[in-house]
Design a protein around this ligand. Structure first.
Ligand SMILES: *[C@@H]1O[C@H](CO)[C@@H](O)[C@H](O)[C@H]1NC(C)=O
Ligand SMILES: *[C@@H]1O[C@H](CO)[C@@H](O)[C@H](O)[C@H]1NC(C)=O
Length: 351
């Protein structure tokens, strides 16, 4: 494996082993090829033939929709992957009731997009909706690949396993199950448990608020973000929420403040502060679980791992410079270094 100067894969072996196949062997010997190495696997080096259509789908999403960056579509893709799977309920499953899961129903049934909690997802849903037919893959595979690619478009986001082969959704997701920031910590903990997530996994998953913004919760602060670095998927969100830091352009969600300060969840919250590597590893595992939530065990057993299509994640811990000393700020991502890494490792998708 080639050494990567500024970009490394988190848990490269566990999560991402197939990616090394995509490096053309001659790159090791021809220095100009080595210099232009982008960390983006090419379909001509595909390992599993089943994964071939997913290279084109990857480029349609990462290039066509995200332009290789943490833009609004990339952020919305992460959000829609949660809103697709999140209404899943173990209790409904036990009772044999209609259920939700990581099935892509949110881009199949327009009615889901009329629900208040899904407000703002209409654009990304409309952009993803034609892709299943275009690439002859299932809606669930499109939504959950988009979520995984959104994480990789946002610097700091980890690589997660790409599973493909989800069947079409069986039904519209039942209404009323998606958790929201107005719920109490007790309610949210129970709702996440009913999805199959632990308290720690819940606290881990909300870390993506780091790149989020609000449009509908506080109408006086439209576009306010949840931390001061909304284009980087960093753990500053955990720090600022715990510290109660609010600026004219940021807001804190009651639920996040509750997680950060109440005993059952505060210890998990605290563990991520200043520990990007820990969060990225934990988040990748929780997101992977989300990406197959509610699928039948036989379906999950039959899914194919197409992680070979993924580019390298951008490790922001290699791009830090000291923050302003006044106020004891944490280190910041150097925008110049970040741009250089983005140009190299997201090259083919940039506008
Ligand atoms: C919010 O952000 C969007 C996208 O950048 C922009 O088009 C819109 O004008 C902003 N709205 C407000 C109220 O700032
Ligand atoms: C991050 O967390 C891991 C696991 O708890 C720990 O081993 C490591 O020292 C932490 N790193 C930092 C920078 O705190």
């Amino acid at each position: 494996m080639r050494p990567f100067s500024t970009v490394i894969a988190f848990s490269a072996v566990a999560l991402h082993a197939t990616n090394t196949h995509a490096i053309p062997p001659q790159a090791v010997f021809i220095s100009s090829a080595a210099d232009s190495y982008s960390g983006i696997p090419d379909v001509k080096d595909a390992v599993n033939p089943i994964c071939i259509p997913f290279y084109g789908l990857r480029d349609a999403i990462m290039g066509g929709l995200f332009q290789g960056r943490c833009n609004l579509n990339a952020k919305a893709a992460i959000r829609i992957s949660f809103h697709d799977a999140g209404p899943f309920s173990l209790a409904s499953q036990a009772a044999g009731l209609p259920n939700s899961g990581a099935d892509g129903s949110i881009i199949v049934y327009p009615e889901e997009l009329t629900r208040d909690l899904n407000n703002g997802l209409q654009t990304i849903a409309g952009l993803l909706a034609p892709l299943p037919d275009q690439f002859n893959v299932s809606p669930g595979d499109v939504v959950h690949l988009a979520g995984t690619l959104g994480l990789l478009a946002c610097p700091g986001g980890p690589s997660t396993t790409v599973f493909v082969g989800r069947p079409p959704p069986r039904n519209i997701a039942p209404d009323g199950f998606l958790p929201n920031s107005a719920h109490s910590i007790e309610f949210l903990t129970a709702r996440f448990a009913d999805m199959g997530f632990s308290e720690r996994e819940m606290v881990t998953l909300v870390g993506v608020h780091s790149i989020g913004k609000q449009m509908f919760i506080d109408p006086t602060k439209i576009n306010a973000t949840f931390d001061t670095t909304p284009d980087v998927l960093d753990t500053r969100f955990y720090t600022e929420t715990r510290d109660g830091k609010v600026t004219p352009h940021t807001i804190l969600l009651d639920s996040d403040v509750g997680f950060a300060t109440q005993p059952p969840t505060a210890k998990h919250w605290e563990s991520f502060i200043g520990n990007q590597t820990l969060w990225a590893i934990d988040y990748a595992a929780a997101h992977e679980k989300l990406s197959v939530l509610g699928l039948d065990p036989e379906t999950v057993a039959g899914l194919i791992d197409c992680s070979e299509i993924l580019p390298l994640p951008i490790d922001i811990t290699k791009l830090l410079v000291p923050g302003p000393v006044e106020g004891g700020e944490e280190p910041m991502v150097d925008p110049v270094k970040l741009e250089a890494v983005t140009r190299r490792y997201r090259s083919i998708w940039l506008a």
